[in-house]
Design a protein around this ligand. Structure first.
Ligand SMILES: [Cu+2]
Length: 207
């Protein structure tokens, strides 16, 4: 080793030792040192409960479970509980798509029912629709379809057999804001996403 390189190596080791000895590993520093406790990076607690759903999937849960709700200027209605990305939005898929309806909740059973078929905005949601809890419609989404109860983390599949605009909702939580719009049409795009809901539950601490 040349003199220059050797000096550099000594300096490097000295710096590393100084960093360890100081015991001042701040948030955001993930350096692992022998036997030394270290801080995990500061993470938005909200990250723990949201993930992007896979392609051709509708994820659902109560708005306050994480997906949130939004006032849609397009549909002139408050939408909540359903997403095909990460947070509540109006949904859109081409006709013929086979969809997976996934319950994103860790503890609450949900359904996806067709509330009614509409011709376009505004989406006026009936005050007290009679939504079926048992499954109806034989895996084909059209007027009268009901997924049946979907346990936390479970999924059911349904085919979007008919172009149209559907008001959808959860048979258990329609009154708690689980209602949305699903457009089945070539070229239709899902709406903008809701902003994160204000957390009501303290997330599990990281350490
Ligand atoms: Cu529900």
């Amino acid at each position: 080793m040349s003199k220059k390189l050797s000096a550099l190596a000594v300096t490097f080791v000295a710096l590393a030792l100084a960093a360890c000895g100081a015991g001042s590993v701040g948030a955001g520093n993930t350096a692992l040192m022998n036997g030394t406790t270290y801080s995990l990076p500061a993470v938005d607690s909200d990250l723990a409960m949201t993930a992007t759903v896979p392609k051709d999937t509708i994820g659902e849960e109560l708005p306050e479970e994480g997906v949130g709700s939004l006032k849609s200027s397009i549909w002139k209605a408050t939408l909540g509980g359903f997403t095909q990305t990460q947070r509540t939005q109006s949904l859109a898929f081409p006709p013929g798509t086979k969809i997976t309806i996934r319950n994103l909740s860790s503890s609450i059973t949900h359904t996806l029912d067709v509330v009614k078929v509409i011709s376009g905005p505004p989406a006026v949601f009936p005050a007290n629709p009679n939504l079926s809890i048992p499954a109806k419609g034989d895996g084909k989404l059209e007027a009268g379809y009901a997924s049946g109860p979907i346990s936390p983390g479970k999924s059911v599949t349904v085919t979007l057999v008919k172009a149209g605009t559907y008001e959808i909702g959860c048979a258990f939580h329609y009154g708690e804001g689980m209602r949305d719009v699903l457009v089945v049409k070539n070229g239709a795009k899902p709406g903008p996403q809701a902003t994160p809901p204000s957390p009501k539950v303290t997330a599990t601490p990281w350490r």
